[in-house]
Design a protein around this ligand. Sequence first.
Ligand SMILES: [Zn+2]
Length: 374
Amino acid sequence: MTLPATVAVDVGGTKIRAGSVIDGELAHVRSVPTPAIAGARAVLDTIAEVAAAVIAETSGSRGAESGGRSSAGSGGLAGGGDGSGSDFVWRIGIGAAGVIDPVTGTVVSATDSLPGWTGTDLVAELTARTGLPVRVVNDVHAHALGEAAVGASNDTRSSLLVAAGTGIGSGFITDGHLLTGRNSAAGHIGHVPVAAAAGLDCPCGGTGHVEAIASGPAILATYRRLVRGSADPDLVQSERAAQGQTHESAPATPSDSPTPTPASANAPVPTNTRELAAAASAGEELALRAFDIGARALGSALGGIVNVLSPEVVVIGGGLAEMDDAWWGPLHEAFTAELIPAASGAPLVKAELGQDAALIGAAGLWNDEPGQKH
Ligand SMILES: [Zn+2]
């Protein structure tokens, strides 16, 4: 007897997570660092190794349970069909960083976090390495599919998943279909212009986009400006107006930003978003203000998007979604204020599946009707 089984893989710029999904159950999850600096070939090799490890562990545990033989022990990853009692027919589903064409399985474009990633034919390269069929989408798109399958947007016909963390991305699903758009570029919600980001450089190369004021690194940059400006009432005033019209780069560089001093001389200086979140939770005024500015900008942008798309639910995931009311409060307020009457009451909720969403969504690529994605 054979059973369909999927190795689900989430390929990010810093780590690769993978697990097995059988009958909708995610198990045997493992995580390894992404050898990004070593280039695309090393990343592909690592994905294949992790997939093999997941298959071996899953098959081993099933074999122990049932006493049956596993396909992973038969030489190649493909296994199965050898008449020796193989349990699983394996395939691979991937959510990968970068703009991904799910039809060709190719990386259309990627940022510097994965050098050489652009142009990589993920399906061909990984099928060659594993002997298994492969389907792939963008990682945030996989996240959206996962939440829609069994998470916060389960049982809705349309949903918008927003991943807010180091960057800000999204996936829009309607009637079970992921909107990928021209050049597979749909979902770049971090690059909607908002007034609060006017003049701030965005990682995409443009200026004034919401990611430039609302991402984790952007909020940290705002905090640094606020700390620097605490001795400069004019600068603070401009931040309070949330205009950001100082024409500085969003991520302050060491050369132009002396180490900021915290409001309380005894408190440690936050050097990353996590520490800044802790400072905000502890009530530090400038930390709270930096999160407030970022959250309001994102809430405003999302309200505008909801006026266009009218999804049944907006689901927020990513690191910033783990914040408390210091972030969620102003996010909700600005979101609600932006909605037209016809869109009023649109729900904005927290994602439910955490990091597993992308794995579940990637595995779900194999649940689609044949021919939609290859
Ligand atoms: Zn941008």
